[in-house]
Write a protein that binds this ligand. Structure first.
Ligand code: SAM
Ligand code: SF4
Length: 327
């Protein structure tokens, strides 16, 4: 197996794959209410094409992948894709980011297929607030999905909480307290200025949450496999942990190890840069594995040193939707 090193000496070993741009929710910060204009069906990569890209990536040094979207569980046959990916030699970790709505139905099958880890995005523990943020989501379905995933053996399960301006201190405390008696890792994410929603919302930093946590119990910092850019902590004697992903207040670009593949086959070295390469056309033109590898290497060379989101708080920001690029 090779090793992919970018122009700034970073080792690239992680690929996030958006398997669809469709979603069964319409979160305020991610999708417009009417949805986005979906990519034509024929432009979406087939499972065979995704598998070829992953095989080429693994040859070059990718050993972890994450399936995301849109909502990955709305893509028909996702369990079969996981089964096929899980037998690729050299691929050590397959994980999934989901809104959890369909998780109850699929958790056990995903475990049997070889999925290793699941992150559930859940921004509120209050039914009405959750419904408002997700524009119609049913909190109970997500909670049932989380319980089923834990039953299937996906522990510790990660819960991603986007820090939206109207989150109350009490709700932050409730999320933190969940980690005391449950094998969960609750991770608080800072909102990134990628849609105009950001401009209307109050920014809540990780530091504000940490201040609240410090008043609950004594805290220790821990090292966790697959934590990526998250800083992880736990309350003394707690079963679970909590963490922070702080793209705004604590840039982690210097240790970024990822590439992103969109559902229509565009490979991006950074979520916040316009650099990209197309893999779909070459695959459909019958290019061989060596040529596909060269295109992946090209994307790695295009990886910028860092994002400039912190300088982009004005209306000049790019207005893209995470659901179409792959969050
Ligand atoms: N549908 C799945 C889900 O919601 O988990 C996977 C795709 S979603 C785009 C992936 C993640 O991106 C979610 O955890 C969501 O909170 C995050 N996200 C979307 N827009 C964001 C933004 N503007 N800033 C930070 N995170 C964002
Ligand atoms: Fe759908 Fe996930 Fe975006 Fe919410 S964050 S609209 S669940 S893709």
């Amino acid at each position: 197996m090779g090793s992919l090193i970018d122009g700034f000496g970073r080792k690239i070993d992680y690929l996030r794959i958006s398997v669809t741009d469709r979603c069964n929710l319409r979160c305020l910060y991610c999708m417009p209410e009417a949805g986005i204009l979906h990519k034509p069906h024929e432009d979406i990569l087939t499972f065979e094409e995704i598998i070829r890209i992953v095989e080429a990536g693994v040859f070059l040094g990718i050993d972890k992948i994450r399936l995301t979207g849109g909502e990955p569980l709305v893509r028909e046959g996702l369990v079969d894709l996981v089964s096929a990916l899980s037998v690729i030699k050299g691929l050590k970790d397959i994980s999934l980011t989901t809104n959890g709505i369909l998780l109850k139905e699929y958790a056990q099958a995903l475990k049997n297929a070889g999925l290793k880890r699941i992150n559930v995005s859940l921004d509120s523990l209050k039914e009405a607030r959750y419904r408002r943020i997700s524009r119609g989501g049913d909190l109970k379905e997500v909670i049932d999905g989380i319980e089923e995933a834990i039953k299937a053996g996906f522990t510790p399960l990660k819960i991603n909480v986007l820090l939206l301006g109207d989150i109350e201190k009490k709700e932050i405390v409730d999320f933190l307290r969940l980690t005391i008696e449950n094998s969960l890792c609750v991770r608080f994410l800072e909102l990134m200025p990628v849609t105009s929603f950001y401009l209307q919302d109050k920014f809540i930093s990780s530091a504000i949450v940490m201040e609240i946590a410090e008043k609950i119990f004594p805290i220790e910092e821990i090292r966790v496999f697959g934590a990526g850019p998250a800083e992880v902590f736990k309350f003394k004697h707690a079963l679970g942990s909590f963490g922070f992903i702080s793209p705004m207040s604590n840039k982690f670009c210097s240790s970024c190890n990822r590439l992103r593949l969109s559902s229509d086959g565009i490979l991006r070295p950074c979520l916040h840069s316009d650099s990209k390469v197309d893999l779909r056309q070459p695959l459909r033109q019958g290019r061989d594995e060596e040529e596909i590898r060269q295109i992946i290497e090209e994307a790695v060379k295009l990886k910028p040193k860092e994002h400039a989101l912190d300088k982009k708080k004005s209306k000049t920001q790019s207005d893209f939707f995470m659901c179409s690029i792959g969050g």
